[in-house]
Design a protein. Structure first.
Length: 273
């Protein structure tokens, strides 16, 4: 794994920061923690410095206790905990905010995304000349390992979304993504935003690139989403994102008013009416 080639790199938050922060949102995933963390470590241990940031979204199972035990054992693992459940988007936001690297990789905490795909996404980020403005690299699950109902509903939802948002992304629902921390934190923040990250990236002038990745059956535990609730919430969110797309605000500042010498010279003022 190469360090990101940053032409517009933000200063690291603190000296010795890792190059990459892997952010994993979890809700009641106690049994899936250790196997996935071990897989992330195996995928990334050859490359430059990284950290893993788990976000426990108020889990009611053994997730917080196990995370505390694992963090004591593994120096690269940190964790953030919400007092109560706030949703997957809020968990991703808290993880990215807590991250110390300027480059973020996200993946689901149930084992459906394969950590071995992370280096592939990082290589593509580098190949695209990635910097703090992007691009966002998005996993595309070519062969879904989900129930038939979920596969069909997801295909319809992806088709409708791609048609209405024109976000150049065949599969926004894949948890596996790589993007600059600064670009993410500059996005509008709302519940369920994690399903619309490519559209939000493009809204602020960034690029998105999809890369085919693997997909696996869930480790243990159950899905946190039903088909019908996702469909209804999805329609409301889609309208909201369409509105956001029509109201971008990205002024290109040529003079921030701090350097008085860079002002254009002004001639004498005319007092004529
Ligand atoms: N933090 C947080 N994570 C969630 C929430 N719902 C789902 N997740 C996590 O998001 C990931 C994807 O959820 P999952 O239930 O596997 O969705 P599915 O693959 O679409 O069935 C998993 O890591 C879940 O633990 C939530 O409300 N809060
Ligand atoms: Mg899943």
């Amino acid at each position: 794994m190469a360090a990101p080639q940053t032409k517009n790199a933000a200063p690291s938050p603190s000296p010795g920061s890792p190059v990459l922060s892997v952010v994993v949102p979890v809700l009641d995933e106690a049994e899936n923690l250790r196997p996935l963390i071990e897989e992330i470590a195996a995928a990334l241990d050859e490359g430059p410095d990284y950290e893993i940031v788990y976000v426990d979204d108020g889990s009611g199972d053994g997730t917080p206790d196990r995370l505390a035990d694992l963090a004591a054992e593994l120096p690269r693992l940190r964790w953030v905990r919400h007092r109560t459940r706030c949703g997957q988007s809020a968990a991703i936001w808290s993880g990215v905010e807590a991250a110390r690297a300027s480059l973020i990789a996200t993946l689901d905490g149930d084992g459906q995304n394969d950590p071995a795909d992370i280096p592939k996404l990082l290589a593509r980020f580098d190949a695209e000349g990635g910097d703090n403005d992007g691009p966002m690299i998005v996993g595309e699950r070519a062969k879904r390992r989900d129930t038939r109902l979920k596969r069909i509903s997801s295909r319809i939802a992806n088709g409708v979304r791609a048609g209405l948002l024109a976000d150049q992304t065949p599969d926004t629902g894949c948890g596996l993504k790589v993007f600059p921390r600064a670009a993410f934190l500059a996005m509008p923040r709302f519940d369920h935003m994690h399903r619309f990250l490519p559209a939000l990236m493009m809204r602020s002038g960034g690029r998105v690139v999809s890369v085919v990745v693997g997909h696996r059956p869930r480790g243990t535990g159950t899905s946190k989403y039903g088909v019908l609730d996702r469909l209804w919430i999805g329609i409301v969110d889609l309208l909201g994102v369409m509105w956001l797309q029509r109201r971008p605000m990205t002024p290109d500042i040529v003079d921030d008013g701090k350097d008085k010498t860079s002002r254009p010279a002004q001639g004498p003022r005319s007092h004529a009416p």
